[in-house]
Write a protein that binds this ligand. Structure first.
Ligand SMILES: Cc1cc2nc3c(=O)[nH]c(=O)nc-3n(C[C@H](O)[C@H](O)[C@H](O)COP(=O)(O)OP(=O)(O)OC[C@H]3O[C@@H](n4cnc5c(N)ncnc54)[C@H](O)[C@@H]3O)c2cc1C
Length: 439
């Protein structure tokens, strides 16, 4: 037994974590366990991959095939997106969908049906999954595609690990002409301006806005919108064009230990937000940047979760339909303002239509999605309960892979589901929310 927690460092539990690379041993482990859950790189924030017995997929790290003509890759579930990028970018391909960190496994990506900055134009990762090899509760190994074991295939995409252990994934990649992103950044004075810019620039493949949640009144929702397109070869200067698929090795800063929680005070956050908003002087700017800082700025700071102090972080990400967008976001921003809690990072994106044929637990649905971090505290928990009410009233829901605290009632009001998957594959979260029965 060892102490274990995910990225938010909350909750921390005592659990047995076992890793194998041989499928027969994994099947035997599953057969003899009463309850078990798969864990990838532990980058979900809360308890989605926690249980008394955990199967770590990190030893399942083999690449099984890559067709550089068609751009289809087959790899074991524990391979990290960062490793996939190192193989595919030099061959002119990119992940069809990527989250804000590349330090997650492909199995974790599929189980959470991850979205990126391109959901409004290109959807979530399940759209690009061609096949999943799944180990089920009786130790069977099944290939699942849209035509073979198709029900299990759908339920596993976004199924939060509750259908079995994903052993490998076959993924269709996206062709690119360079490793660079043509970026346009636009400053918005408040939420109304920001929503208008999202609408105006909705044809951009990638879009994301960083919001300063600490502003009030006419400045509430002050933000920077970051738009992006993969740069074409013809758009690179001579130096970059000589090596268009260059992989950048980032020099990582490290937060060496958990910082005292006063470090991330409201004053420090205000100062950071001021500097971030004002570092760009012009209201609009265009530049060409490598995909690393565009997609993964936080990966450059190893263990950045430690700046929140020893109690950890809760991340609150919700989606609400566009029709309720303005009213819902106004209400959420003012509730945060009044609560005295501050979010260091608040990121707004838009989602296109929800994916078809995925688990009812899958998160993306058409509308605005906002993600925020709060230091774990009673006040933050109370705030999140208030936010839950607003989200539900708007017809929205909270992202499971980021959740550590939602109540069963909130879940039932917001996710229209009765998936009743096997109780053998069960996380602390699925038990807390009543998705699976306690063993
Ligand atoms: C800095 C940061 C930024 C992020 N940005 C985004 C974002 O932009 N978009 C987004 O969608 N998410 C985002 N996330 C969340 C992250 O992408 C997901 O939580 C992802 O699932 C984590 O993968 P993991 O390999 O760490 O899996 P874990 O965190 O270990 O597990 C996550 C879920 O996947 C299941 N799982 C993992 N491996 C398997 C397997 N082999 N078989 C079956 N089930 C499995 C687990 O049971 C659990 O339910 C972000 C997280 C961080 C820390």
């Amino acid at each position: 037994m060892a102490k274990i927690s995910n990225w938010g460092m909350f909750p921390e539990i005592e659990a047995e974590q076992i890793a194998h690379d041989r499928y027969a041993e994994i099947a035997a482990l599953v057969k003899r366990s009463d309850v078990i859950i798969a864990r990838g790189n532990g980058r979900c924030y809360g308890d989605s991959s926690l249980q008394t017995t955990i199967f770590s997929t990190l030893k399942l790290h083999k690449f099984l095939s890559f067709d550089a003509e068609s751009g289809v890759i087959h790899c074991e579930a524990g391979v990290l997106l960062s490793d996939i990028l190192e193989v595919i970018v030099p061959k002119g391909f990119f992940l069809p969908v990527t989250p804000g960190t590349k330090l997650i496994t492909i199995g974790g990506a599929v189980a959470s049906n991850i979205h990126g900055k391109n959901h409004h134009t290109e959807g979530a990762i399940s759209k690009y999954v061609e096949a999943i090899v799944l180990l089920t509760e009786n130790g069977e190994i099944l290939k699942c595609t849209s035509s073979e074991n198709n029900k299990l295939f759908s339920e596993t995409n976004g199924g939060m690990g509750l259908t079995g252990i994903i052993l490998s994934v076959t993924l269709r990649l996206k062709k690119i002409e360079s490793a660079y992103i043509r970026q346009k950044t636009i400053k918005a004075k408040n939420i109304d301006e920001l929503l208008a810019y999202f609408e105006k620039y909705k044809q951009y493949t990638y879009s994301v806005a960083w919001i300063d949640c600490m502003m009030k009144g006419n400045s509430a929702g002050r933000s920077i919108l970051m738009l992006g397109e993969h740069a074409l070869r013809s758009e690179l200067n001579q130096k970059k064009a000589a090596e268009p698929y260059r992989i950048k090795k980032t020099n990582q800063l490290n937060i060496p230990f958990i910082l005292p929680s006063f470090v991330l005070s409201r004053i420090a956050m205000k100062a950071f937000n001021f500097l971030f908003y004002n570092k760009q002087l012009k209201f609009e700017a265009d530049n060409l940047i490598h995909y690393e800082p565009y997609f993964y700025p936080l990966d450059a700071i190893r263990n950045w979760n430690r700046i929140y102090g020893k109690n950890g972080i809760i991340q609150y990400q919700f989606v609400i339909p566009f029709e309720k967008g303005k009213e819902g976001l106004d209400s959420i921003l003012s509730t945060i303002q009044k609560s005295g809690c501050a979010s260091f990072l608040a990121v707004l994106k838009t989602f296109g239509p929800a994916e078809q044929n995925v688990s009812p637990l899958s998160f993306p649905a058409e509308g605005y999605t906002l993600a925020m971090d709060f230091k774990v505290s009673k006040r933050a928990f109370d705030l999140c309960e208030k936010l839950d009410e607003i989200v539900i009233a708007c017809g929205g829901r909270v992202y499971l892979t980021k959740d550590a605290r939602m109540k069963k009632d909130t879940f039932l009001k917001s996710y229209n589901t009765n998936p009743a998957p096997s109780a053998k594959f069960s996380s602390l979260q699925s038990q807390r929310l009543g998705i699976t029965q306690p063993a």
